[in-house]
Ligand binder design. Structure first.
Ligand code: ZN
Length: 241
């Protein structure tokens, strides 16, 4: 069983198409989406359709929830707020109802899946480093918890002594060790690598790998200019911030 995991597509269709092609080349039995399919990017409807067609799990992220009117825009900066309003207007009532109905948490093959954090998933905590992991491992019992939200792929590993340290890909299953693994972002990476990110879990070998694929950034930037979305949101894609 090979499971691909995507997150934070953010309406970037060129990036999503490149990732789906990359997953196709590697071969996966199932694709899971950890949320934020929409928000920021110029093609929310097309991305939502592709994710609904290809993914067996589609979690709600904070942008999905805000765009659908399920949570407030209170924590959003000016750019995110403008993009969210634009996205709400670009989606149909049926698409917004779909986003509003998606779960915050799902379980699969011994995995916990959540957009932001296993503890208080509705609070959208950011898990950047070990200092953010307090209380998080107590909130789930599975060996792996897969998250998105920060747009930075990475691993926080809890050893049997209770110490949390950053881990490295490829991640091999090890007895007694539990991990929070971030899938990074398909549509707006923020680790200074503009290539789209996704994970592949080889269930037979018990190995989790991260993959990066280049996509035509300028195609998405052009679509964003045409849509009148904030210029900064287009420019950041080229540098991965
Ligand atoms: Zn996001």
């Amino acid at each position: 069983m090979r499971i691909a995991v995507i997150s934070d597509v953010h309406g970037n269709l060129a990036a999503l198409e490149a990732v789906l092609a990359g997953i196709g080349r590697l071969g996966a039995d199932e694709i899971l989406s950890l949320g934020d399919v929409v928000g920021y990017g110029p093609d929310p409807s097309a991305c939502l359709a592709a994710v609904r067609e290809r993914c067996t799990v589609c979690l709600a992220g904070n942008h999905d929830a805000a765009v659908a009117g399920r949570s407030s825009l209170g924590n959003f900066n000016e750019y995110a707020r403008r993009a969210a309003a634009w996205t709400t207007a670009a989606l149909s009532a049926a698409e917004l109802a779909y986003l509003a109905a998606q779960p915050l948490v799902a379980r699969r093959e011994g995995l916990l899946l959540v957009h932001a954090s296993p503890r208080e998933p509705e609070a959208w905590h950011y898990l950047f480093g070990p200092e953010d992991a307090a209380g998080q491992f107590d909130a789930f019992s599975e060996q792996l918890c897969l998250v998105g939200h920060t747009h930075r792929p990475g691993i926080l590993a809890l050893d049997p002594e209770g110490t949390v340290t950053p881990g490295a890909f490829p991640l091999a299953a090890r007895r007694g060790r539990r991990c929070l693994v971030n899938a990074g972002s398909v549509g707006q990476p923020r680790d200074r690598d503009p290539r789209a990110s996704f994970l592949l879990l080889d269930g037979v070998r018990g190995v989790l790998t991260v993959h990066r694929v280049a996509y035509p950034v300028e195609r998405t930037q052009r679509r964003m200019r045409e849509a009148g979305l904030p210029a900064f949101l287009a420019e950041r894609l080229a540098v991965g911030i």
